[in-house]
Design a protein around this ligand. Structure first.
Ligand SMILES: [Zn+2]
Length: 193
């Protein structure tokens, strides 16, 4: 009987909320504005009591919406370019080893895949063109070095940061396809050897 009543009660408040959504929210906002510390305290307590659930559900959402997560990250970077650059510079200063490892890896790829058809000056020209466009441009390898692309003017292009982010997403999914294919081939070879 109690359960039925509380269901009726819930149904009634749902109907009331649906009909008076704006006023209900406005009143709640006014209450919170009047006592922000209380709201913060309640949020903290809720988070402390449900931390693992909250983290799990965030992770589940991020896993189910990878495209959206990437879009949001790209939009955030575009809107906060200077901050992002400052933070990444701070990170490089705080983690010189890791930062130089990334640079050396890239350099090793470039050296290993340097073409024989053009000079350093030819290649530098493309970087100069990108630099002329300011901080909003990058130099991209049309075919990624990690997929066997050459460090060559025929494989280099200056593009805007936004276009580069878009292209990098496609490149990342191509890399994932290659990894999946290699795993399939390995498993297939193991099975039949
Ligand atoms: Zn070349």
């Amino acid at each position: 009987m109690i359960a039925a009543n509380s269901e009726t009660e819930r149904e009634r408040s749902r109907t009331y909320y649906a009909a008076n959504r704006d006023q209900v929210r406005e009143r709640a906002r006014a209450r919170h504005m009047a006592n922000p510390e209380k709201l913060r305290e309640r949020k903290r307590a809720y988070y402390a009591a449900n931390r693992q659930n909250i983290l799990d559900s965030h992770l589940a959402w991020r896993t189910a919406n990878t495209d959206k997560v990437r879009q949001m990250a790209a939009a955030y970077r575009a809107a906060n370019r200077e901050q992002v650059q400052n933070r990444s510079q701070e990170w490089r200063i705080a983690n010189p080893g890791a930062a130089s490892a990334i640079v050396s890896k890239r350099r090793a790829f470039k050296l290993a895949q340097r073409c024989t058809c053009c000079t350093d000056a030819d290649i530098k020209k493309i970087y100069d063109i990108a630099a002329l466009c300011g901080s909003g441009s990058h130099v991209d390898h049309k075919i990624q070095l990690s997929l066997g692309g050459r460090h060559c003017i025929k494989n280099l292009e200056a593009m805007t940061v936004d276009a580069h982010i878009e292209k990098s997403k496609l490149d990342a999914s191509a890399r994932a396809d290659v990894r999946r294919r290699n795993t399939l081939l390995r498993n297939w070879a193991t099975k039949w050897s």
